[in-house]
Write a protein that binds this ligand. Structure first.
Ligand SMILES: Cc1cc2nc3c(=O)[nH]c(=O)nc-3n(C[C@H](O)[C@H](O)[C@H](O)COP(=O)(O)OP(=O)(O)OC[C@H]3O[C@@H](n4cnc5c(N)ncnc54)[C@H](O)[C@@H]3O)c2cc1C
Length: 417
């Protein structure tokens, strides 16, 4: 892989950074691949990277209808944490945290992983009980999580308003110090560069329009806007559009797609040291390296494929943020946007083989899949390469909605950012 070095940085600085080489190729699709991945978001690109790097499967194409990282990967608020309730989830997200810690070195690309701590606020007695249950369960599973009193929470995040006579009083918080943020674009670009370097073809502006199956029911390839591409195996990693893509192979998915919104403020000097989330009011906030406050809201209450979302949702979030952080009342918001998130009934992802031989699916990350990107790609690559799940994703089947062996993070937290 092309390595970056101080010498190269200095050399390019003298030519106004005009002579950096291309980070990845833009090849025309070949007639046939061992594996085709549908969707060049972080999860699809990571899958391709680990297929090539860990399993030596390099005849791989990642097919993307838009530009790589232009889906939810480039639209999220970049929160990384692993303090989910159930052991299956904690194992999956903790696997990702392990990979985040060495990812910049592995990819030789700065993904700006910053473990500044994620603090989840409790506003009611119910919230306190839920948070403490999570902390106990996490500690039993070896996942770091600790309880803070309101005063300790303010010490960790000085702008936090802990007065008692507000609509959402802070009754305490769960803090995961190893949690934090990473730069979303850099994650997509780093994996794209790494995968391309190992021989993976990343084909942008090419929509998958059909999945062809043979007489025996197994996949034969994909129809695309650039023609038919033969494939021995197909991995669908299309987030909010998973149900429409899987429908092309005749597989009905237990998914609903909702708009989820985020917004950023004008940039200011460093004022916010960590990530703060409130599941009760569906608000989460951090400060980017550019200085913008990055704020996430809740999902709309109706299913939709429009990447916008209702204004009342963001207004509600901003109201609550202004009450919790009165400092920010006079700040201006610069832009807002939405993404389409794919939500399962138990709010846990599906990382699985399917009833169709040669077809695999990675979806259902809903409002919280960015944090899992390296871990998800790693275990999904294993599933495709070996035609059987890695022990970490073995519980995350489609079948669980038939057998009833749910991983019910929905009941545990109501949201899963
Ligand atoms: C506003 C918002 C805030 C969020 N905040 C967080 C957060 O703080 N922390 C967190 O962990 N997660 C968060 N998430 C969720 C997270 O962004 C996603 O779970 C994650 O990025 C999903 O990655 P992906 O690679 O699966 O999907 P995507 O990045 O969406 O990639 C899927 C790709 O498939 C492509 N595609 C779809 N259909 C086709 C087709 N027919 N042919 C070819 N290509 C196709 C799409 O164009 C897209 O690029 C948030 C999401 C949103 C929208």
């Amino acid at each position: 892989m092309k390595r970056y070095s101080f010498l190269e940085l200095a050399k390019n600085a003298f030519s106004a950074h005009q002579n950096w080489g291309r980070q990845w190729r833009s090849p025309e699709p070949k007639a046939e691949y061992d594996v085709v991945i549908v969707g060049a978001g972080g999860h699809g690109l990571a899958t391709a990277y680990y297929l090539a790097k860990q399993h030596g499967i390099r005849n791989v194409a990642v097919i993307e209808k838009g530009w790589l990282g232009g889906g939810n990967t480039g639209r999220n608020t970049t929160i990384v944490r692993s303090n989910y309730l159930w052991e299956e989830s904690a194992a999956l997200y903790n696997h990702a945290i392990g990979l985040w810690q060495g990812l910049s070195q592995d990819l030789n690309y700065n993904v700006m992983y910053s473990s500044r701590g994620v603090m989840m606020l409790a506003h009611t007695v119910h919230d306190v009980q839920v948070a403490q249950r999570h902390i106990h369960a996490n500690r039993l599973a070896g996942v770091q999580n600790e309880w803070l009193t309101p005063e300790q929470a303010r010490e960790y995040c000085p702008p936090l308003n802990i007065s008692k006579n507000i609509r959402y009083p802070v009754m305490g918080a769960a803090l995961q110090r190893v949690g934090g943020t990473a730069r979303h674009d850099a994650v997509a670009w780093g994996y794209a560069r790494g995968a391309d370097d190992l021989g993976v073809d990343i084909i942008q502006n090419c929509a998958v329009t059909g999945i062809k199956r043979g007489q025996d029911g197994a996949v034969e390839g994909v129809e695309t806007s650039k023609g038919f591409i033969k494939a021995k195996k197909i991995g669908v990693v299309a987030a909010g559009h998973t149900s429409t893509v899987m429908d092309m192979a005749g597989v009905r998915m237990p998914l609903e797609s909702y708009p989820l919104q985020a917004l950023v403020s004008e940039p200011v000097k460093p004022a916010f040291p960590c990530v703060v989330m409130s599941n009760t009011i569906h608000a989460y906030i951090s400060q980017s390296d550019k200085g913008e406050l990055v704020i996430g809201a809740g999902t709309d209450q109706f299913i939709s494929y429009s990447q916008t979302g209702g204004i009342h949702i963001t207004n509600h979030t901003i109201d609550a943020i202004c009450e919790l952080f009165p400092h920010f009342r006079r700040m201006r918001m610069l832009r807002n946007w939405g993404g389409i998130v794919d939500v399962t009934p138990d709010r846990s992802p599906i990382l699985s083989k399917t009833p169709v031989p040669g077809l695999y699916v990675n979806c259902g990350w809903g409002t919280g899949g960015f944090k899992a990107t390296p871990g998800s790609g790693h275990v999904f690559a294993h599933t495709i390469a070996k035609d059987e799940p890695h022990r970490i994703n073995a519980p995350f089947t489609i079948d669980r909605f038939r057998t009833g062996r749910l991983i019910d993070e929905a009941a545990a937290a109501a949201v899963a950012h």
